[in-house]
Design a protein around this ligand. Structure first.
Ligand code: ADP
Ligand code: MG
Length: 247
């Protein structure tokens, strides 16, 4: 489903990703953990070409883009298609503030998939129900709690019918009492068999949903395995050190 080969990302002289290889199967739930600054967000952003990789190959479904390739129309088109197939949920919810919840969810199907308003609305109604917000469709973001806004953001991503959903610390901007409702929605996607890549520090959540936990530090994958392997029997000192701090 997703394959990253030899991914390197530099910002100036700062080599932030130092050769990442990662394959993710269909329906797999992968949780990425690691200290702040280790390159987790950059990895997700490169997967989606929100950042242009310096070196390496990114494959998502049938789309394949090589870093440093000639920037021509064909490449731009492939990147556009690849982006449509990868939903991205950020730490900050990034909703359109002047649009109602339902309009936020309808936007993608209309603007990107060219659907008419009736069909787009039907999609949005269904997805808002799925994230438990059927009764908030006509609320504006400012009238919703952070947890509700993040659930709208998830519905908005799902509206593009992605092959994979990427979550970058989806609950770290939320008050503690709102974290659970967002994690439950993500968990329900996992149970439906959606392919998920989730950067999070929520260890209990990782234990519940992750098929695989990937531990990153300083731009490399230090180790990976089941949550049991990583949390209970970490092999690498860096992993042990990190876990002793977050627990
Ligand atoms: P994490 O998500 O694990 O906290 P990031 O991927 O955000 O780590 O950042 C990794 C490193 O890349 C940091 O040193 C950060 O300063 C640097 N970095 C991230 N984005 C940019 C950018 N747009 N320009 C320059 N440096 C960046
Ligand atoms: Mg980050």
């Amino acid at each position: 489903m997703i394959k990253v080969t030899g991914l390197v990302k530099n910002f100036g002289d700062n080599e932030v990703l130092k050769g990442i290889d990662l394959s993710i199967d269909k329906s797999e739930v992968v949780v990425i953990m690691g200290p702040s600054g280790s390159g987790k967000s950059t990895l997700l952003r490169c997967l989606n070409f929100l950042e242009e990789p310096t070196e390496g190959l990114i494959q998502v479904g049938d789309y394949e883009v090589k870093a440093g390739g000639k920037i021509d129309r064909h490449r731009k088109k492939v990147i556009r298609e690849l982006r449509k197939k990868t939903g991205f949920v950020f730490q900050s919810f990034n909703l359109f503030p002047h649009k109602k919840a339902i309009e936020n969810v309808m936007e993608g199907p209309i603007a990107i998939h060219g659907k008419g308003p009736v069909e787009a609305k039907a999609i949005a109604v269904e997805l808002l129900a799925k994230v438990g917000l059927a009764d908030r469709a006509d609320h504006y973001p400012a009238q919703l709690s952070g947890g509700q806004q993040q659930r709208v953001a998830i519905a908005r991503s799902l509206a593009l019918d992605p092959l994979v959903m990427l979550f970058d610390e989806p609950t770290s901007a939320l008050d503690p009492e709102l974290v659970r409702e967002v994690l439950l929605v993500i968990k329900s996607l996992a149970e439906e068999g959606m392919t998920l890549v989730i950067v999070t520090h929520e260890m209990n959540f990782a234990k519940e949903v992750a098929d695989r936990v990937v531990f990153m530090d300083e731009g490399i994958i230090v180790e990976q395995g089941t949550s049991q392997q990583i949390f209970e029997h970490p092999k690498e000192d860096r992993t042990k050190q990190f876990l002793s701090k977050v627990e």
